[in-house]
Design a protein around this ligand. Structure first.
Ligand code: CP
Length: 333
């Protein structure tokens, strides 16, 4: 069998993901092991991070292995990703060499590469991580590109810890205001993991332009149908929050406005009231609140909600280390 990557949970079924979550729960109880002694992972960051970098570096250390952090263009050579390109620009080396050389040194490569935010039709190809996966001979892990599968797993672990079974419960993914247009990755991820794990899923967003990419909408539709559940898209705040068991907040840029962000700004600015506040949470069924972090307080959610007993933000962040250790054990042992 060839190498297995963890680029999107679309490629992993529920039972496989549940196996990782079960292992993560064990690792949370008993964090220090030597299973990955003499193994290593290259963490390639094209964008900043607090949680992802810390949890991967420490996670590998706690399993007896070693993590190397590389930031191309900042301490590591800028990389070219286009096949056949004449490399007369900034890039000093090609992905064909970078991925294969790292594969000789390391047992796994993890990549964070956000979209360029100019043309969604280009960004949606996930070209950077796909090129790593194509040329690497070791497993490749997505640390956030156009989805954020490690965040999905940490989120689901936190939800299972509080809810037990997630089947048949109501999950609301709500768009929130942010002064800048942000990546759709965590929103795509929240949508598909909730649908895969049996929730009735509601996507709450300001206007139809904030629907997520059809690849993820269709996946969520097919997962909810297969589970006998429903996917609902609404722009009505009261309808969305009514009876919800989970409210997951995220801001994202509307896909039709990619590269034309000045045209999106008036719509975004008109929906600051999508902030998650206590008045909205009061409409839920004692609902849990979460966010992937980093989160602008009193813009996306109020202090009252973020600091409430129903807030999972810190548990979810902690769970990043447990699920990523489970993933590394699964891929590298
Ligand atoms: N949630 C998350 O991935 O956090 P960082 O951007 O800090 O890694």
């Amino acid at each position: 069998m060839g190498k297995r990557d963890f680029i999107s949970t679309l490629d992993w079924d529920r039972a496989e993901l549940q196996g990782l979550l079960d292992m993560a729960r064990e690792l949370k109880q008993s964090p220090f092991r030597e299973d990955l002694k003499n193994k290593s992972i290259a963490l390639v960051f094209f964008n900043p991070s607090l949680r992802t970098r810390t949890s991967f570096e420490l996670g590998m250390h706690q399993l007896g292995g070693k993590a190397i952090v590389l930031e191309p263009g900042k301490g590591a050579w800028p990389i070219e990703f286009e096949d056949g390109s004449i490399m007369d620009g900034d890039a000093e080396e090609h992905i064909r060499e970078a991925a294969r050389v790292l594969s000789r040194y390391c047992d796994c490569i993890a990549v964070r590469a956000f979209p360029k935010f100019q043309d969604w039709q280009v960004d949606r190809t996930d070209h950077v991580i796909k090129q790593f996966a194509k040329h690497a001979t070791v497993p490749v892990i997505n640390m956030e590109t156009i989805t954020h599968p490690c965040q999905e797993m940490a989120h689901m672990l936190a939800l299972q810890e509080r809810l037990g079974s997630t089947d048949g419960k109501k999950y609301v993914l709500t768009w929130t205001y942010h002064p800048k247009p942000l990546n759709t990755a965590v929103a795509n991820s929240g949508l598909i993991i909730a649908a895969k794990f049996g929730f009735d899923v509601t996507l709450l967003c300001p206007t139809p332009e904030y629907r997520l990419d059809e690849r993820y909408m269709q996946a969520a539709e097919s997962y909810t149908q297969a589970n006998g559940r429903k996917l609902t898209v609404t722009h009505d705040i009261d309808e969305a929050y009514d009876g919800a068991h989970v409210v997951y907040a995220k801001s994202w840029g509307a896909l039709p406005y990619f590269g034309k962000w000045d045209q999106e700004k008036p719509i975004r600015d008109a929906h600051k009231h999508f902030i998650v506040d206590a008045e909205k949470m009061a409409k839920t069924d004692d609902g849990l609140f979460s966010h992937c972090l980093p989160m602008r307080r009193n813009i996306k959610a109020t202090d009252e909600v973020a600091d409430s007993a129903n807030s999972l933000i810190i548990d979810e962040a902690e769970n990043r280390i447990h699920v990523q250790k489970a993933l590394m054990l699964d891929l590298l042992r």
